[in-house]
Design a protein around this ligand. Structure first.
Ligand code: HEM
Length: 467
């Protein structure tokens, strides 16, 4: 280990400490190592040292206090080779990342989406979710597919300007390809790709992943071409039109806006915005079904505030402290992005007294915050009271960082929060969700992957106001 580097277990040649981590779910091993070595420790992934940071103090020091020093992204992983430093998620700290991040945030804040706001697009999707659930009223259904398609559709509506029917074959193929790309890019072959570069020229399964990526880009490229022929410059209908306007405005030689970057950005939004939101919605339903008192409190508050109005609006959240607390508590328990996205140090820097050389990969263990003893009234139970003060007002403890923090904080946080609020409020008004009688004991354990997800279950659906 470099001098004054965080401590950790002794690595073995070639594999480093990989054998000490359960590849199916390393979170328990990280917890064990934290107990032994402290909140900041290091592991070797192959021959590369990685620093894991846990707990509010260390994570805040890196992501907030020293935000620029920790704002880089690794450039040696399979994901970084697929993305080639383009788009936002995988782009290293620098002007291209900064300009694309700023452009996307501005566009999503309604300055570049034309006549239909983000809120309208989400509400449109909610009405389709409702129609599907209505068909299951009185029975039960597995909501996994529905929530996944709905979350994808909201991204589609924002970037392509249209949503797709839930059985649209082209869309289903794109979503399936993205899902398997996501799985492969974080799977065991991706790990081998990283630790044994000697294998890269061989025709091993990771070749498929790169090919899949090319096919997806080709497909999205066709949608971009259709936009080029139907757009009116200066009157964007969606994010693609806005991007094309931006390219017109910045066509000088040094501009970072170009078509290849646009494709990466569009796919970034799909990859980052679909599983995260749909897994959180599935967790929400699981906890609501199994906590009828929480569901009743939410329903009462929603009806009191909306008083017969047709649609909820995002600004109604300020009048609904209990609903807000429920949604935040769902996010805390669903722990959707437990290891955030990996960062790298952009210069030699420090963390909790240790020294980290430039280029060190750093993993923020966000999961460690969401259940940290001392930060929560009920660290290990589902209780909206974690976000309520003694007067019933909504409060957000500092350790609530499911979107991470600092300059790399989730770019879709605003969108995700709006989706969760509008979808859950609308559905809770119309339906009561119950744990099906024949479904056995609910299992709250999460399945670890690029993101964490609840295990599959059936959602019991009852129409409100009817038997
Ligand atoms: C509940 C839903 C979501 C959760 C929990 C979540 C969480 C996160 C986390 C932990 C990060 C890594 C931050 C870091 O590097 O430290 C991230 C990054 C990102 N998220 Fe989300 N996210 C969610 C929804 C979305 C949505 C809907 C979008 C789509 C617009 C999105 C787009 C992004 C992008 C583009 C980044 C990369 C930001 C950058 O590197 O500068 N996310 N998200």
């Amino acid at each position: 280990r470099p001098k004054h580097f965080p401590p950790g277990p002794r690595p073995v040649p070639i594999l480093g400490n990989l054998l000490q981590l359960d590849p199916v779910n390393p979170l328990k091993d990280l917890e064990r190592l934290k107990k032994r070595y402290g909140n900041v420790f290091s592991l070797y992934f192959g021959t590369r040292p990685i620093v894991i940071m846990n707990g509010l103090e260390a994570i805040r020091e890196a992501l907030v206090t020293r935000t620029v020093e920790y704002a880089g992204r690794p450039n040696h992983t399979m994901v970084s080779h697929i993305f080639q430093d383009k788009g936002v998620i995988g782009a290293d700290y620098g002007s291209s990342w900064r300009e694309h991040r700023r452009f996307t945030l501005t566009t999503l804040r309604n300055f570049g989406l034309g006549k239909r706001s983000m809120e309208e697009r989400i509400l449109e999707e909610v009405s389709h979710i409702s129609s599907v659930l209505e068909r299951s009223a009185g029975g039960s259904m597995d909501p996994q597919h529905l929530f996944h398609l709905a979350s994808s559709n909201i991204i589609c509506s924002l970037i392509f300007g249209e949503r797709f029917e839930y059985d649209d074959q082209v869309m289903l193929t794109l979503i399936q390809s993205l899902q398997s790309l996501n799985k492969e890019a974080f799977g065991p072959w991706a790990m081998l790709y990283e630790i044994l570069p000697i294998l890269r020229p061989l025709p091993l399964p990771f070749w498929n992943t790169f090919q899949k990526w090319d096919q997806i880009r080709e497909y999205v490229g066709k949608i971009v071409n259709t936009h080029k022929s139907s757009r009116v410059a200066g009157e964007p209908r969606d994010l693609i039109d806005s991007y094309l306007d931006q390219m017109d405005k910045t066509s000088d030689v040094g501009s970072t806006f170009n078509e290849s970057q646009m494709l990466s950005l569009l796919l970034d939004l799909f990859l980052a915005g679909t599983d995260t939101t749909s897994n959180t919605l599935r967790s929400a339903m699981l906890y609501l079904m199994t906590n009828q008192d929480v569901q009743d409190n939410c329903h009462r508050e929603i009806e009191k505030v909306l008083q017969g109005r047709a649609d909820a609006l995002f600004e109604d959240r300020h009048a609904m402290p209990y609903v807000q607390a429920m949604i935040h508590e769902v996010q805390r328990m669903s722990d959707t992005a437990p290891l955030s996205a990996f960062h790298t140090t952009c210069c030699d820097t420090k963390l909790q007294g240790y020294q980290l050389p430039k280029g060190t990969t750093v993993i923020p263990n966000l999961s460690s915050l969401l259940h940290e003893e001392g930060q929560w009234k009920f660290p290990h139970e589902f209780k909206p009271e974690n976000f309520l003060d003694k007067n019933g007002e909504f409060v957000k403890p500092e350790a609530f960082l499911p979107f991470a923090a600092g300059s790399r904080v989730c770019l879709g946080e605003g969108l995700a929060r709006m989706e969760l609020f509008l979808i859950l409020v609308t559905l809770l008004r119309r339906f009561q969700f119950v744990w099906p009688e024949d479904a056995g004991v609910p299992d709250f354990n999460l399945v670890f992957g690029g993101t964490q997800a609840p295990k599959p279950y059936h959602l019991g659906v009852r129409l409100r106001g009817s038997e």
